[in-house]
Design a binder for this molecule. Structure first.
Ligand code: AN7
Length: 354
């Protein structure tokens, strides 16, 4: 059967009917890539897999939620969608709204958006408003606007977003033929950890003998770690701008996922994030964005801490939520610069080091 996106594939698990107009870019069905070098390199004697969500149509996992949220908005005859965003949500909302032929308004924190994400929002003709505040401020405005005007909010407080995003857990279960033992993932506004946990619980409920429940291991950036610190962060900071969020909307459900699964929500420093970001690109050929690398940084941290001495080794899935090409500036400024070489064979050979 030709793949037509996650709504068609998982229709029976989703709140859609035959009359729901399906707005899709064939999102989902992303690769689950087994790590070949990383386990040995970091001293993890189990199996590591990457769920490469950067392979979605707009380059991030947000497309899973957006196909649902925009389809349901169109079903409800909404003509405008709005979101606050650290970048990826706006890129995705803009693309799906363009496809649906409806208007999209995005509120983004000024100067803190990776250029690739901004380029997507403007190319898809969203109304982009840069506000001189952070993501949390922007989300408050977007919520208020959606309450006062006929505008549909498509942030992850929209329950259809969570429904769409939970399908990534289904795909992991199907690819492995079982649930993983651990899922490592970034946590920002905390919608995605909420969604994955829901997805794993769905499959566990349907076939408990086949699909166990993984431990949910969520990681915030150290400068933006409200759930870890136990209070909102007024001025969140991190190089991983996608998760520069101080007051997550899905805080409680993220804690629920952590506690029900016997998992953790912890933090990783920007240095740990950058290190993981470089390692996975250099040793596995997988280029993810910095926020995504916090999943791998978390795994490395837990290996170093000796967590797996007391917990069984097994299958660990790291969710790589967005593509590295979203933010080439961060890549180029954190990697070795290209050598400048004169255009003659001798200099080129010398530079290669033959
Ligand atoms: C690459 O785009 O919040 O914990 O406004 O872009 O579900 O918020 C993005 C979040 C992880 C965190 N990785 O997911 C937005 C936005 C990437 C992201 C997250 C985001 P949540």
């Amino acid at each position: 059967m030709i793949y037509k996106g996650l709504i068609e594939k998982y229709r029976k698990f989703l709140p859609v009917s035959d009359s729901t107009p399906v707005i899709s870019l064939n999102e989902g069905n992303t690769p689950l890539i087994k790590a070949s070098n990383l386990p040995q390199q970091i001293g993890f004697n189990g199996e590591i897999y990457f769920k490469f969500e950067g392979m979605n149509p707009t380059g991030s996992f947000k497309d899973r939620g957006m196909t649902m949220a925009v389809s349901k908005a169109v079903e409800a005859e909404s003509k405008v969608v709005i979101c606050a965003s650290t970048g990826n949500t706006s890129a995705s909302a803009a693309a799906y709204a363009a496809r649906a032929g409806i208007k999209c308004v995005v509120l983004i924190p000024e100067g803190k958006i990776a250029l690739g994400k901004l380029s997507q929002a403007v190319m898809h003709k969203a109304e982009v408003l840069e506000i001189n505040g952070n993501f949390d401020d922007a989300l408050n405005f977007a919520k208020e606007l959606s309450e006062k005007y006929p505008i549909t909010l498509v942030n992850s407080v929209n329950p259809y977003r969570i429904e769409g995003q939970k399908t990534a857990a289904y795909e992991i279960c199907e690819s492995l033929g079982e649930a993983p033992d651990y899922q490592f993932m970034p946590v920002g506004n905390a919608g995605n950890i909420t969604a994955y946990w829901k997805g794993y619980k769905d499959y566990n409920k349907a076939e408990p003998s086949k699909y166990a429940l993984p431990k949910m291991m969520g990681f915030q950036a150290a400068g933006s770690a409200p759930i870890v610190e136990g209070h909102p962060i007024a001025n969140p900071e991190t190089i991983a701008t996608a998760i520069r969020i101080g007051n997550p909307a899905s805080w409680k459900t993220a804690e629920g996922a952590r506690d029900e699964s016997n998992g953790v929500i912890d933090k990783v420093t920007d240095e740990e994030i950058l290190e993981a970001y470089r390692i996975v690109a250099a040793t596995e050929g997988v280029f993810c964005e910095t926020a995504s690398a916090s999943s791998i940084a978390g795994l490395i941290k837990y290996v170093k801490q000796g967590y797996f001495k007391n917990n069984k080794l097994g299958k660990a899935v790291c969710i790589l939520t967005g593509h590295g090409l979203k933010d080439p500036d961060t890549a180029v400024s954190n990697a070795v610069k290209p050598k400048k070489v004169k255009a003659n064979m001798k200099d080129i050979i010398d530079a290669i080091g033959f």
